[in-house]
Design a protein around this ligand. Structure first.
Ligand code: B12
Ligand code: SF4
Length: 576
């Protein structure tokens, strides 16, 4: 999969990383020289600074050249992630950030309403010195993965090893060590969906964080900020109350990727998931269009519709999709002047099977405004959760995910939905979770079987280790660990990456072979003999040894699999 213009696809990026990995002989690759050229001497700072300064680490203050999927490389070991992959967002003339993470834009909007625009600024870390001064009282930081213990980071830093630090962690540390922050007397508060990582490990003191604010900001933050500004000392961790939909303000300034929430929360209730704990509601079309216009007027070029499941937008009872509302939303988006690219954040798979005509209704715009081309053909992508091929495990942890179908039909739902999406040139990025609590050999085999059924489909797999997030039902459970994976689970990991290479980067097969062969001994030493078969598989040697084709024979018009459509009658509706 390739992104148009300058940004490479994630498949290409990962193989490019592997290429550099060989060239450097396992040595540190980062050669970038920093941001010295940015910023002038601080105007606001010379007048005492801005009262509330908001920021995020450099890796969260980038649009990865308009490639949100590439941003997941933030979870890779720092030494593999070149800084040029995440150029800083552009700045306005005064040094404020032109684009910022959407959650931070919400926080900014709340604080501007409360304290006035002159007292609040959002900036990239390289411009902090322009705003932090003796008058600065609060530095607010948003983060998705400050300590690199999110699921992507845990999985890929533990597999790839190297120095074991994800780029997200390294950048967060850099931010916290910024001389403007370290030298300031301001209180440092950290929020955002990764903030729990700091309080879980009680790292406030080590990082110089005054207080970690957990949850959504809308209801509680203004009062908390007022208290801090009056001089009270906040607790080290503060849970914030759940806001009602009408407390959520419009963003006032453009968000990275032109993000616009169309919904908040999900409600399908998967036990490992944090967004599901948010109250599920859809925003009014007028609210959505206004935010999209703020973004496009501000120059974002792209709109990401943020949702945990686009098919839940104004959904009906029992998770049934509302076709009119969804297609109407896309029609409205299509009319936004100046929007070059459109991307949907997440979708679930069951509604695709339940009413394929919705996909038919939205695919033309998604494909037409996609940033992706696949072998010279425009295609769209969306993140979906497959997670497991085991109906038993799905029933235990994700019984809402496949509604309105019962868990027993999950593998069929997955296969059929991917086929429908592929038929409409939508090639999803799909997550799988290894090591969910209670996972048995049979569950693992069921996932292997599902992957076999999907062989030849066009999707990009992201296999992940189960991570027990603080804000989820499974917060008491132990994280899934690489050392606990057995050979079959390693087999799943390697099959997924082999599939990704075969489908998206077959032309890189030789570099991958070289990279795997050279790094093989390192991985063997690190993880033991159970990685031998996975290395052979990813390298393509297994195919050569047993005489299979090294790449799926996927031709220019693409390889939609010849899978017999599943009888509609099989999809009996569940009464749950
Ligand atoms: C869009 C998105 C992205 C985009 C970011 C776009 C952007 N920056 O605007 C991209 C694709 C880049 C991305 C990448 C990653 N993401 Co992401 N992403 C999301 C997603 C889907 C939506 C985020 C969003 O805008 N939500 C809506 C806003 C309004 O909510 P919010 O951001 O949480 O903000 C609210 C509160 O957190 C709080 N708040 C936010 N900032 C601050 C700051 C302060 C000071 C305070 C007080 C409060 C506060 O107030 C806000 C309003 O209520 C969420 C899932 C979700 N449903 O939230 C995952 C999510 C945030 N991502 C997640 C992760 C882990 C990542 C990665 C780190 C992957 C990884 N390596 O593991 C990478 C980061 C890579 C990098 N470059 O750093 C996880 C975080 C998990 C966790 N709890 O630790 C989430 C929750 C997904 C999940 N299912 O678990 N992501
Ligand atoms: S379907 Fe996705 S967003 Fe919804 S609860 Fe499950 S994992 Fe979370």
């Amino acid at each position: 999969m390739h992104i148009k213009e300058s940004a490479p696809g994630i498949g290409a990026a990962i193989t490019a990383m592997a290429d550099r990995f060989i060239e450097s002989g396992l040595s540190k690759i980062v050669t970038w020289s920093g941001w010295e050229s940015y910023g002038r001497t601080g105007e606001a700072a010379s007048q005492g600074g801005v009262k509330i300064v908001l920021t995020a680490s450099s890796i969260e203050m980038s649009d990865f050249n308009l490639n949100p999927f590439l941003a997941f490389a933030g979870g890779f070991p720092q030494v593999l992630v070149q800084k040029k992959l995440y150029p800083p967002v552009p700045s306005n003339e005064d040094g404020s950030a032109k684009f910022a993470p959407y959650g931070l834009r919400k926080v900014e909007s709340l604080l501007i309403d409360e304290f006035g625009e002159e007292n609040v600024v959002v900036t990239h870390p390289h411009n902090l010195h322009r705003f932090i001064g003796p008058n600065t009282e609060i530095i607010g930081i948003t983060t998705m993965d400050p300590l690199g213990t999110g699921f992507v980071s845990r999985t890929y830093t533990s597999i790839l090893g190297l120095n074991g630090r994800s780029a997200t962690l390294a950048e967060f540390e850099d931010l916290m060590n910024d001389p403007s922050i370290r030298g300031s007397k301001a209180k440092v508060i950290v929020g955002g969906s990764g903030a729990w990582q700091i309080s879980e490990l009680k790292m406030q003191d080590a990082l110089g964080v005054t207080s970690v604010l957990m949850g959504q900001a809308e209801r509680s933050l203004p009062a908390i900020m007022r208290d801090i500004l009056r001089g009270s000392v906040p607790d080290r961790t503060i849970p914030m109350d759940t806001p009602s939909p009408d407390e959520v303000p419009l963003i006032k300034k453009p968000a990275i990727y032109g993000t616009v929430e169309i919904m908040r929360g999900c409600g399908r209730g998967c036990s490992f998931c944090s967004p599901t704990l948010r109250h599920c509601h859809s925003f009014l079309l007028d609210h959505i269009v206004k935010e999209a216009e703020v973004n496009v007027r501000g120059g974002t070029r792209m709109i990401i519709l943020q949702t945990d499941d686009v098919f839940l937008y104004r959904g009906k009872e029992r998770f049934l999709p509302n076709k009119e509302a969804i297609v109407g939303l896309f029609r409205a988006m299509g009319m936004i002047e100046g929007m070059e690219y459109l991307q949907v954040a997440h979708a679930s798979l069951a509604p695709v099977v339940y009413d394929p005509s919705i996909v038919e209704g939205i695919a033309p715009l998604l494909v037409d405004r996609s940033t992706w081309t696949c072998r010279n053909k425009r295609c769209a992508s969306v993140e979906v959760g497959i997670e497991s091929g085991s109906p038993r495990l799905m029933r235990q942890h994700m019984r809402g995910k496949m509604l309105p179908y019962p868990p027993e039909q999950w593998p069929d739902v997955v296969v059929r939905s991917i086929e429908i999406l592929n038929d409409h040139d939508i090639y999803p990025l799909a997550t799988l979770i290894l090591g969910l609590p209670g996972e048995t050999d049979e569950d693992i085999h069921a996932t292997v079987e599902l992957l076999e059924r999907l062989d030849g489909s066009k999707l990009f797999y992201v296999p992940l280790l189960f991570t027990s997030e603080e804000e989820s039902k499974l917060r008491q459970q132990r994280h899934g660990a690489l050392r606990d994976l057995d050979e079959d689970q390693w087999g799943i990991l390697s099959s997924c990456w082999k599939h990704n290479i075969d489908v998206w980067s077959p032309e890189r097969a030789r570099s991958i072979l070289l990279a795997s062969t050279m790094s093989g001994p390192y991985f063997w030493m690190k993880h033991g003999s159970k990685v031998l078969a996975p290395i052979l598989r990813v390298s393509g040697l297994e195919d050569r040894l047993i005489g299979r084709k090294a790449a799926i024979p996927c031709q220019p018009n693409f390889c939609t699999p010849e899978i017999q459509p599943i009888e509609d009658a099989m999809y009996e509706k569940t009464e749950e």
